[in-house]
Design a protein. Structure first.
Length: 81
């Protein structure tokens, strides 16, 4: 499976990414190996994810989510409560 995910960083910001190993990717972010953005904003918490059959679908959805405003991303979080 391929996943799009949102992390809440220690400073309250949100980070969106995609992966095919969700738990390992979140762990990598928390160990400072995930992304330059999250490295200085640890710890991070997984707050949202969607799963897809293909990498292309996940990457397309990541692009869509990254274009959302912060308010729209927060509304998206509420759908997975």
């Amino acid at each position: 499976m391929n996943y799009v995910y949102l992390l809440r960083c220690a400073d309250g910001s949100l980070y969106c990414g995609w992966t095919n190993h969700l738990e390992e990717r979140v762990q990598a972010h928390n160990e400072g190996r995930g992304a330059k953005y999250t490295k200085g904003r640890r710890p991070v918490e997984l707050v949202y994810h969607e799963s897809f059959e293909t990498k292309q679908e996940a990457m397309r959805r990541e692009w869509e989510i990254k274009r959302l405003t912060r308010e729209e991303k927060l509304a998206l979080l509420k759908t997975q409560a």
